[in-house]
Design a protein around this ligand. Structure first.
Ligand code: DAT
Length: 173
């Protein structure tokens, strides 16, 4: 049994995953696990896609690389997919959502190639990540939160902090 929960913070690139995870890691002591960094630093990929400017992830290698750590609990997993993580590892799935006009501006600022920008906008509009989360985990552990403004981000972080406290109480030995 874990003494601290594992949380996935997911959503389309640009919704605010990293910002939320960093803030949560600071306030709760849980560890921010950026899958992007793991893929790069531990070589869990089959090369780089030049058109999309992203790594081609080897999911088996990735899961092997993080399994021992994550099973101990206390991780906030930051990734724009969630269906690869075994259900038994995960206690809460937060799906961040953003208005498409704001997302456009955020991705434009990152100088995403046009095809990648368009694909991500479509994905947000079609609720791809929300659907993936609902298809992969029990509905009671999937929470959808909006991330349009810094006020919303603050209240999301407070809400997740409250949830973590409650989880620890409920799961105290
Ligand atoms: P992600 O990790 O999902 O790609 P991020 O945390 O890097 O996203 O955020 C992308 C940009 O958007 C970054 O400049 C911070 C800004 N941002 C994120 N969430 C926000 C929010 N709720 N309000 C205002 N700006 C936000």
């Amino acid at each position: 049994m874990r003494s601290q929960p594992n949380i996935i913070v997911t959503g389309t690139p640009g919704v605010g995953k990293t910002t939320h995870c960093e803030s949560l890691a600071e306030s709760t002591g849980l560890k921010h696990l950026s899958i992007n960094n793991v893929v790069k630093e531990r070589g869990c990929h089959d090369g780089y896609d030049d058109e999309f400017k992203s790594w081609i992830v080897d999911e088996d290698k990735l899961l092997d690389a993080i399994e021992d750590e994550v099973k101990q609990g206390g991780y906030i997993i930051d990734w724009h997919a969630c269906d690869l993580f075994p259900k038994s590892w995960i206690d809460l799935v937060v799906v961040l959502r953003v208005d498409s006009t704001l997302l456009y501006d955020r991705l434009k600022a990152r100088e995403y190639p046009e095809a990648k920008l368009q694909e991500n906008l479509d994905s947000e509009i079609m609720e791809v990540l929300l659907q993936e989360a609902r298809d992969s985990y029990d509905e009671e552990i999937v929470v959808e939160l909006t991330s349009n403004t810094s006020d919303e981000m603050e209240s999301n972080v407070e809400r997740i902090e409250g949830w973590i406290k409650q989880w620890k109480k409920d799961n105290a030995a």
